[in-house]
Design a protein around this ligand. Structure first.
Ligand code: CP3
Length: 343
């Protein structure tokens, strides 16, 4: 079977599907003992990311154990920034030890060539694709420009994103200069992932919803659109996942991606009414529901799919990544309930 005819691929294009395809953002992670073992074998998280055999194994383990319709390459959104020359550690979250906050630091950033600087990701893609069952799609990913730039500016994950906001509201030219370079890097990286064998590519815009309307449109959507428009030339489905975008869902749907991933702060019913089929929807169970029990998980899935029913296609996912203390059996149950739903 060619990968362009998989259920997941057809769902991304909005073609008719016989059942709903399911995968989970961050499906390979610390909640899974197989992942813990592979990371230990590699000697650390960054070492794992740079080891094609072991990162392929992390991807394949998660997809096999959960029986998902798509696998996602094992990597991290921060790696292109690392390749641009920004020192990076993980403890266990990412930490840029010299945050990028002014023109001088931006000037230092190197232009990346993925075949040279992120070759380990491309090798992992080749290996993963060669071992993944044909009916399972392989998703590549990058951080959307604003989200990756946000991490480079903050240095570490931060709930309030105040350094990012200080630039967005107070020194917009500095943020534009950084976003221009980050946009080049993530576009090149995403293109290389598609060329290496990814069937679909996802942009993670986790930080999009942090900004006020004008800045959201300019700094998040404006640069994400540039990446998407470039990638479209390669003719593979593109997923744009944005968190907390509330009232701006229509603009997010119009960036050019085939699929819009949403979190649980927007209902599927509301998204349907706003968007009228102009994009395929993906989402949106609160990952915390996976911490409860099988019945509650089934209720959550049925409520989402009930609201999606009648759409040409839909992709079931969480509204954000799997949480650390999720019982793996609960994640597998989520997949099974979604796949057995009568569409
Ligand atoms: O199955 C998969 O999806 C694995 C591949 C993957 C990882 N990170 C591995 C990872 C993906 C798709 C990501 C995306 C990512 N990374 C995002 C976007 C999605 C989101 O969660 O918002 C972001 C913001 C990052 C940056 C990042 N990397 C954070 C915030 C953290 C720490 C928090 C956490 O959940 O662990 C990381 C580290 C990281 N990336 C881990 C994994 C498995 C854990 C590190 C470890 O094993 O010690």
């Amino acid at each position: 079977m060619h990968h362009t005819t998989t259920l997941f691929h057809r769902a991304c294009l909005g073609s008719p599907i016989e059942r709903v395809p399911v995968w989970l953002m961050r499906q390979a992670g610390r909640y899974m003992k197989e992942y813990q073992e592979v990371r230990q074998k590699a000697g650390g998280f960054l070492e794992l990311c740079k080891n094609p055999e072991l990162s392929a194994q992390a991807t394949l383990d998660a997809a096999r154990i959960l029986n998902t319709d798509a696998a996602i390459i094992f990597s991290d959104i921060t790696l292109p920034a690392h390749a641009m020359g920004v020192p990076l550690e993980f403890a266990p979250g990412p930490r840029f030890t010299s945050p990028v906050r002014d023109f001088a630091a931006i000037r230092q950033l190197k232009e990346i060539r993925p075949e040279r600087d992120l070759d380990y990701v491309l090798q992992a893609i080749h290996l993963t694709r060669s071992k993944l069952p044909d009916h399972v799609s392989l998703i590549g990913f990058v951080g959307a420009p604003l989200t990756l730039a946000g991490y480079m500016i903050q240095g570490t994950p931060d709930t309030h994103w105040l350094e990012l906001k200080k630039l967005a509201y107070g020194e917009p030219k500095v943020l534009d200069a950084l976003l221009n370079k980050v946009t080049e890097a993530v576009t090149a990286h995403a293109k290389a992932q598609i060329e290496a064998g990814c069937d679909v590519v996802q942009l993670f815009d986790t930080a999009a919803g942090e900004l006020a309307a004008n800045e959201l449109h300019h700094f998040a959507f404006g640069y994400a659109r540039r990446v998407i428009q470039e990638l479209k030339k390669l003719n593979k489905p593109i997923i744009y996942f944005a968190r907390n975008i509330g009232a701006h869902i229509e603009s997010a749907a119009d960036l050019g991606a085939n699929v819009l991933g949403i979190d649980w702060t927007i209902t599927i019913g509301h998204a349907r009414r706003c968007l009228n089929n102009r994009v395929v929807l993906m989402g949106n169970l609160d990952p915390a529901v996976l911490l409860t029990n099988p019945d509650e998980i089934a209720r959550g899935v049925q409520s989402i799919l009930g609201a999606a029913k009648g759409l040409p296609s839909f992709i079931l996912n969480l509204g954000h990544g799997v949480l650390q203390y999720t019982p793996p059996a609960h994640a597998a149950h989520f997949v099974k309930v979604g796949q057995s739903y009568k569409w």
